[in-house]
Design a protein around this ligand. Structure first.
Ligand code: NAD
Length: 303
């Protein structure tokens, strides 16, 4: 089957969904899209997406329905509010939103009860990855549903990993981002301690990046300006990966930690620190800007 014969309904054409849907059009898929925001629909039209008047119309006669929405509530509300019933039996539902593992599992169940197939397929790689078609997809679902989704995901992303059964793609996403949040805080605390001890940022970077402190938060997204020229710290902490999104993902991780009785003191604390950082007006900064909060508090100032 050529891509021209496959119709994709795409619901949620925001910062991520818009460029992802545009890449499907470029690859030859017929894409019918819907969003609540008129500006998103205008951009979608310019990108060759057939704009329809409701989410249900995007799902009608589609072979695949992709959702890219803010939260689990949005996904479940749409699934229960007519998206599933509008699709013909056996349609493949791909939810790429980042949502609670429990919500993802509920979405799978709803899709199955309605006679459909589904995968959870959250992404990392951000808006730039969405535009460039270089996202990483973490996929949960049955083997055959993963195989059915794979060609589409490979258009929108560069790395596609089948992580396991329903909800396990979301599990991979929140576990990874919990590592990232905790490691960014640890790296930032180390730089601030180094500064207090008279150790230059560059010297600490040269040592830690070649030693056991090495990690992505240090070598790619270094929270101090200088050692890694492309890191957001060199551009007044313009994101990058916004602190608001880190707050969201750590909140999902904290829910899963609580629900599963995991004694993760650092994961829970990281969620609290990013929540405070977001709530004090820093959600639009790159998540590495948390070093400024740690530095200010260490100097007796609150931000
Ligand atoms: P966004 O807010 O830009 O886009 C979400 C879109 O969904 C909006 O345009 C909104 O109007 C639309 N929407 C909401 N309810 C709708 C409904 N009932 N019908 C149709 N459209 C509806 O958000 P985003 O940055 O594109 O993120 C989308 C998802 O991807 C989120 O779950 C986010 O956590 C995840 N994510 C984002 C990034 C990033 O860097 N932005 C990276 C990885 C994952």
């Amino acid at each position: 089957m050529s891509t021209n014969d496959i119709t994709v309904g795409f619901v949620g054409l925001g910062h991520m969904g818009g460029p992802m849907a545009a890449n499907l059009v470029k690859a030859g898929y017929v894409v019918k899209g819907f969003d609540l925001v008129p500006a998103a629909l205008e951009q979608a039209r310019r990108d060759g997406i057939t704009v329809v008047d409701s989410a249900a119309l995007a799902a009608t006669d589609a072979d695949v329905v992709v959702t890219m929405l803010p939260s689990g509530k949005h996904v479940l509300d749409l699934y229960e509010g007519g998206l599933l019933t509008a699709a013909r039996q056996g349609t493949l539902f791909v939810d790429s939103s980042t949502i609670d593992v429990a919500d993802a599992r509920a979405a799978h169940e709803l899709a199955e009860q309605a006679g459909h197939r589904s995968v959870d397929a959250p992404v990392s790689g951000g808006v730039m990855g969405a535009a460039a078609g270089t996202l990483a997809f973490m996929v949960g679902g049955a083997d055959e549903d993963f195989e059915a989704a794979r060609p589409l995901l490979e258009v929108m992303g560069r790395k596609v990993v089948h992580c396991g059964g329903p909800g396990v793609g979301q599990a991979a996403k929140i576990c990874n981002n919990m590592i990232l949040g905790v490691s960014m805080i640890a790296i930032s605390e180390a730089f601030v301690l180094g500064e207090k001890l008279g150790l230059s940022n560059q010297a600490l970077f040269d040592v830690a990046s070649n030693a056991s402190g090495q990690c992505w938060a240090l070598t790619t997204n270094c929270p101090v300006p200088g050692p890694v020229p492309a890191s957001p710290a060199n551009n007044d902490y313009q994101p990058g990966f916004a602190a608001a999104l880190m707050d969201k993902d750590l909140g999902l991780a904290a829910n899963a930690l609580r629900a599963n009785g995991v004694d993760a003191e650092l994961g829970m604390r990281a969620a609290e620190l990013y929540r405070r950082f977001h709530e004090t007006g820093h959600g639009g900064e790159d998540f590495s800007a948390i070093i400024r909060d740690i530095r200010d508090r260490s100097n007796g100032e609150t931000r």
